[in-house]
Design a protein around this ligand. Structure first.
Ligand code: DGJ
Length: 728
């Protein structure tokens, strides 16, 4: 059984194929955390009871006789505010008396097969009930009447679990949730490195690593999106762990709004990790009988370092998060108009692009920003989602039918959560933008954010989008979001509820995305947030791919894509070959093959020779599609750890096929370059399609190949080697 309750010991044990997660019910119903890590046999379960230290000056309850037990030092399963645990807490409820003392105790639990969805929020799902087992532990805060249910779902085969929390008000008076994290986990010891993904626009998800120190280390977003600046991902790994060895624990929040993730190391060297909605500018009033659900956190354990952790995340998200039918179906190869034309296009220009697309072998043309209202630059028309007939003469249907006649599919761009001050919609509804009374509104990219907390706003945008999508053969939709939220507030919320704004905003976005994606199940959706500012599991639930970054220079992209691959699968990473000229076309394509692969430039500006190069790239894209999209990713040489080169592999699930890619970022004059490969079968024999020689998997992985002389490429060059199993 993946989840067991040991009656005598009052211990819960949650097992996956390689991990155990153990906590128990201590005296008087306190839930105490015992262990998370490599799998431990049931045989030893009685060993897991509270093993506290000396807590003489720490507060405790009078009736607790064990003087080693105090909330000040005990590893808690879900830490509460202001009742004796002074470390970072997970739950803080302000009761009707105005104080924030919070204290939850065990009431009951249930274990069942399968996994429930989360109210209004994206979450992982089970494909069948056998795949997941759920534990719900009900607790109560007797004073506030908050019934707090801790939910654990175990994905036994994938070495992963999810956690979330439900709070129900069972009292007769309202209370306010001030902080509700999706999990907290207390690790004993501090010999861990913390990994996280930081960045900014055009530099998203750069991997950062730091050793844990006493005190609090944290990351957060306050921008209304999960953000370019920090991703809702954090990992702890043994301080000796590498890409392939040691324990790694990944935490990834299924949420696209403001989040916070913290690690506190206390004086007893317990390291407490938590992640959830950012408590900054958050409050949620819960009236009697109302319920609040936290977002879900995905927790992955790996005994095979960060690489093992990443591959588990990838499989989990492909199998149990992304819903679109496109997760298992070969997606169209597209060319996007943005980097080639910006706002400067009309039907003729787009048809010319589609002709090139057809000639090169590209399946789809995506018309990016600039097709609606009277938008010719970024100063107008967001919110006016009707076609600009000055640009698209004869309308959208005419354009699409011309493009389709060429045998090319058609995709479109939207930015549904925005409104331009210069728009018909804003003239009619100036109160529909996000704003607070009496304070001037900040503008960014000449636009405001539209108030997604409002049903009337969402209905209006939904209807406008349906008008276009119902009447045109649109097969792809890019959903953009190009600024952060400021002066956060809604005209629909009274002053007591303004701090609910940020969470209501993202719930509104999810509701609209849910409506649109279920009404158009055949459309391929790509999320985008001014590049990759909402690259998170919440968005992956609605769209199988997300534009990784507006940085399309292949060398810069290496860092972005390596960081992104910490938890997101290659098939989810929007990656295009663009016109940037720092490298040749080969390197551009090799780097774009890390992700979805596509094109983004003006093909009119290319020479005949360049067009021929692109045609051969398209052939390679088809040849390697399966091994990249459905295989496993092994990071070999990190662009942030190695000065000279970056390399990775895509290996098919059955280990019969492997694509190796290496990019030279900087050429050393003297060098020795031996490459050991990973993830192959030692007992298989592989054909190297570059030198036509046979190699055993054992040789490739243990001794490697000597590339010192053969592949000493110039700066910015790249090469690939394809290996396939041969039958001996
Ligand atoms: C930001 C996106 O990242 C770009 O790809 C493009 O769609 C622009 N927005 C359009 O405004």
């Amino acid at each position: 059984m993946p989840i067991c309750f040991y009656e005598n010991e009052r211990i819960f044990k949650l097992d996956t194929s390689e991990s155990s997660y153990i906590f128990g019910i201590y005296e008087d119903g306190f839930l105490v955390h015992y262990y998370y890590g490599a799998k431990i046999p049931d045989y030893n379960v009685a060993e897991f009871k509270y093993r506290g230290g000396f807590a003489s000056v720490s507060p405790t309850k009078e009736y607790i006789k064990d003087n080693r037990f105090s909330l000040d030092i005990a590893p808690m399963e879900y830490a509460c505010n202001s009742t004796g645990d002074y470390r970072i807490d997970a739950l803080s409820i302000k009761n009707s008396d105005g104080n924030t003392a919070t204290d939850i105790r065990y009431v009951s639990h249930k274990i069942f097969k399968g996994k429930k969805g989360l109210n209004g929020l994206p979450s992982l799902y089970a494909n069948d009930d056998g795949e997941v087992t759920t534990l719900e532990v009900e607790t109560i805060d007797k004073v506030t009447g908050a019934k707090v249910t801790l939910v654990y779902c175990v994905f036994e085969k994938l070495c992963a679990m999810t956690r979330s929390v439900r709070v129900e008000n069972t009292s007769n008076s309202a209370f306010t949730i001030e902080k509700i994290m999706s999990c907290d986990v207390d690790f004993s010891g501090m010999n861990y490195n913390m990994y996280h993904l930081y960045g900014t626009w055009a530099k998203e998800r750069t991997l950062a690593k730091r050793h844990l120190e006493h005190g609090i280390q944290s990351i957060q977003s306050k921008r209304g999106t999960s953000s370019h600046n920090h991703n809702p991902f954090l990992a702890l790994a043994d301080d000796f762990a590498t890409e392939d060895f040691g324990s790694a624990y990944g935490f990834n929040l299924v949420y696209s709004g403001n989040f916070s993730a913290e690690v506190e190391v206390d004086a007893y060297e317990t390291s407490r990790v938590n992640i959830g909605i950012n408590p900054n500018d958050f409050e949620w009033e819960l009236k009697p009988n109302e319920e609040f659900t936290s977002p879900e956190v995905v927790m992955v354990f790996s005994n095979n370092g960060l690489g093992g952790m990443s591959r588990t995340f990838h499989k989990l998200y492909m199998n149990n998060l992304i819903r679109s039918k496109w997760k298992n179906v070969k997606r169209p190869l597209l060319i996007n108009s943005w980097e080639g034309s910006g706002f400067d296009f009309d039907s003729d220009k787009l048809i010319a692009m589609a002709k090139h697309a057809k000639n090169i072998g590209i399946d789809m043309l995506v018309m990016d920003d600039g097709w609606f209202g009277h938008r010719n630059c970024d100063d107008s028309s967001l919110g006016d989602w009707y076609v600009n007939e000055n640009k698209l003469k004869g309308g959208l249907s005419k354009l699409i039918s011309e493009v389709n006649k060429l045998g090319v599919k058609f995709g479109i761009w939207y930015e549904p959560e925005m409104i331009s001050p210069e728009s018909e919609l804003y003239k009619k509804h100036p109160d529909w933008c996000v704003h607070v009374p009496k304070r001037e509104k900040s503008i960014a990219r000449q636009q405001y954010v539209i108030d997604m907390t409002r049903q009337d706003v969402r209905d209006n945008i939904f209807n406008q989008m349906c008008e276009v999508l119902d009447n045109n053969n649109i097969e792809y939709l890019k959903w953009d979001f190009n600024r952060s939220i400021t002066e956060a507030g809604s005209a629909m919320l009274d002053e007591k509820h303004q701090l609910e704004f940020f969470h209501r905003f993202i719930l509104g976005t999810y509701e609209l995305m849910g409506r649109i994606t279920s009404r158009y199940p055949d459309i391929l959706f790509e999320n985008c947030t001014g590049g990759g500012g909402r690259f998170d599991p919440g968005m992956l639930y609605y769209s199988p791919q997300i534009w990784c970054s507006d940085e399309t220079d292949p060398i810069e992209r290496l860092t972005i894509q390596f960081g992104t691959s910490m938890c997101y699968p290659p098939s989810s990473m929007g990656a295009h070959v663009s016109a940037c000229d720092r490298t040749d076309w080969n390197t551009k394509a090799d780097v774009a093959l890390f992700g979805t692969f596509g094109y983004e430039f003006d093909p009119d500006k290319l020479s005949e020779d360049e067009i021929e190069i692109l045609k051969s790239q398209v052939k390679e894209y088809h040849k390697y599609y399966n091994v990249i999209h459905f295989g496993e990713l092994y990071r070999l040489i990190s662009p942030t750890e190695n000065l000279y080169r970056c390399a990775w592999e895509n290996v098919s699930q059955d280990k019969t096929e492997m694509l190796y890619t290496c990019v030279t970022m900087r050429t050393p004059i003297s060098q020795a370059f031996f490459q050991k490969f990973k993830g192959l079968d030692e007992n298989k024999i592989y054909l190297n399609h570059s030198d036509n020689k046979l190699y055993s998997g054992a040789l490739l992985m243990n001794a490697g190949l000597n590339f010192s002389n053969n592949y000493s490429g110039d700066d910015g060059t790249s090469f690939k080697i394809y290996f396939t199993e041969v039958n001996k």
